[in-house]
Design a protein around this ligand. Structure first.
Ligand SMILES: Nc1ncnc2c1ncn2[C@@H]1O[C@H](COP(=O)(O)OP(=O)(O)OP(=O)(O)O)[C@@H](O)[C@H]1O
Ligand SMILES: [Mg+2]
Length: 486
């Protein structure tokens, strides 16, 4: 497909010819009337569609679906396309569904911005009749409405073009789709579905995975398709044209040396990156730690097994303490039927190294004995750290006062902690001995962890949380969190 720019467009025909073509073709309309878009930090610039935006715009199929990386310019190009439709197709009824009210208003702003700027270059554009933050109409009976998703939103309109923005994140997508389908078949309406993937349990993934894609034409883009992300973009496009897969791979590897990749990649775990920027559906289902993550973090067991003379500690692995080294800990306190687990790390050097692992079986000790084990561990290593303070009585936390700080687990704080662990594993920031019990629980750990044994993962996470942060790659010892600052 030929890729256009403004210059080539102007040379392609007389003004009258070009203007006529612009009424029939959205890309021609953009090239002719030059709507502007807002670039943060740069202000309004004329929209010059990138090659993948042109390919997408050129597709006039009724049903289109796009799997896209974050912030790649898709909402912009779809907004330009529907703005063209609004100005050129009398009676067009365009409905955009977004995940919530803010997103709906935001999309409408994109469209309105394009409509307004086009009117500076095209005095013959149909007059706007009514406009507010979510609805715009014109004198040729066209209407653009931007709606937030709700259970009912599929019933409340009759569209000639239905757009789902971030479909995988839209609640009630199935309901809306079913309700809208009936009217769409009457209006012979079009559907455009856009999203970054989010697991497999949604309509977006279902369309991609079903046979014939439920009648949709599919588009799939990753970060390397975006000129501002890929410094080797021209080379990449040439390699793609020549259909040389090996060369494409090589160029993508080279693009990873570029600044955009090097600044952004470290902010994400492998899984999150593949989902957000490489179009991967699978990223948040199944086991939490990928085989690669486990391989990066766990090494042959270098700790020595120790015996507890009291017989209270079921499993005890350790190495000698070193002078002037800095240690942190994480403790998962056993309640009722759970074991107590203690992990200690030496954080003096990179990667941080687990130096002790203690496991006290459930129902084996009284609370005061458990407390004593925690206390002597923390005193011996002279560490700061945190214990799981969720639902334990004050007396327990008080008993650890000054040695270890309570951490309260909520769904979000737990997820953040686990993501931090994935990140630490990905970037080889931790070294963990392959103690069978510890190793196994990490391998098997799943997001929905209600029914599985996970105590060693929690203790380990609390320890890792003491020294690792995922916004810069290694924060080291200087930035230990204390209670209240987390
Ligand atoms: N052809 C282009 N040239 C230059 N900048 C562009 C172009 N297309 C889009 N942009 C800019 O890229 C940024 C992201 O665009 P947009 O919001 O459309 O992307 P998106 O893929 O919908 O992102 P999100 O993941 O946030 O939904 C915006 O600042 C937009 O103005
Ligand atoms: Mg968007």
């Amino acid at each position: 497909m030929k890729i256009w720019n403004r210059e080539a467009w102007i040379e392609s025909g007389t003004e009258a010819q070009r203007k006529y073509t612009a009424t029939l073709n959205p890309l021609a309309w953009v090239l002719e009337y030059q709507p502007t878009i807002l670039l943060p930090g740069k202000g309004q610039i004329p929209l010059e569609p990138w090659p993948f935006q042109q390919t997408f715009m050129a597709c006039r199929d009724r049903f289109r679906i796009i799997n896209k990386p974050r912030q790649c310019g898709i909402s912009t190009i779809v907004a330009a396309e529907v703005a063209w439709e609004f100005d050129n197709v009398p009676g067009a009824q365009i409905v955009i569904i977004s995940k919530d009210k803010d997103a709906a208003i935001n999309f409408h702003t994109y469209v309105y911005n394009i409509l307004r700027s086009v009117r500076k270059n095209n005095p013959n554009a149909p007059k706007l009749v009514k406009t507010n933050e979510r609805v715009t109409t014109n004198e040729i009976g066209a209407k653009i409405s931007s709606l937030a998703s709700s259970k009912e939103s599929g019933r409340s309109f009759s569209a000639t073009h239905l757009v789902f923005d971030e479909l995988a994140f839209i609640e009630y997508a199935e309901d809306i789709w079913q309700a809208a389908n009936a009217t769409l078949s009457q209006t012979k309406g079009r559907v455009t579905a856009i999203s970054t993937p989010k697991g497999r349990a949604n309509l977006f993934a279902q369309i991609f995975e079903s046979e014939n894609n439920m009648g949709f034409t599919t588009f799939q883009y990753a970060w390397w398709d975006v000129p501002t992300y890929n410094p080797c973009y021209d080379e990449y496009m040439k390699a793609r044209e020549s259909d040389d897969k090996g060369l494409v791979k090589k160029i993508i590897a080279k693009a990873k040396l570029g600044e955009w990749y090097r600044t952004n990649r470290p902010k994400y775990t492998d899984l999150a990156w593949r989902q957000e920027f490489e179009g991967e559906f699978d990223a948040n289902v199944g086991t939490v730690f990928s085989v690669r993550q486990i391989e990066k973090a766990f090494v042959r067991n270098y700790l020595k097994q120790k015996d507890d003379p009291r017989g209270a500690i079921t499993e005890w692995w350790s190495i000698p303490k070193e002078e002037n080294h800095q240690y942190v800990h994480g403790i998962d306190l056993g309640r009722k039927n759970d074991p107590t687990v203690i992990c200690v790390y030496d954080v003096t050097n990179k990667p941080a190294k687990m130096v002790e692992f203690k496991y006290v079986e459930a129902g084996f000790c009284e609370w005061n004995e458990i407390l004593a084990i925690c206390r002597e561990t923390v005193e011996f290593w002279d560490t700061v750290g945190e214990h799981d303070g969720t639902g334990v009585g004050d007396s327990i936390s008080e008993g650890l006062d000054g040695f270890s700080y309570p951490f309260m687990f909520t769904k979000t704080s737990k997820q953040n902690m686990i993501e931090l662990m994935q990140h630490a594993f990905d970037f080889k920031m931790v070294q963990i001995p392959k103690i069978p019990l510890l190793f196994r629980e990490h391998q098997r750990y799943i997001w929905d962890d209600k029914d599985i044994v996970q105590d060693t993962v929690m203790a380990n996470g609390l320890a890792i949380k003491q020294f690792h942060e995922n916004d810069d790659v290694f924060s080291g010892f200087a930035e230990l969190h204390f209670v209240g600052e987390v």
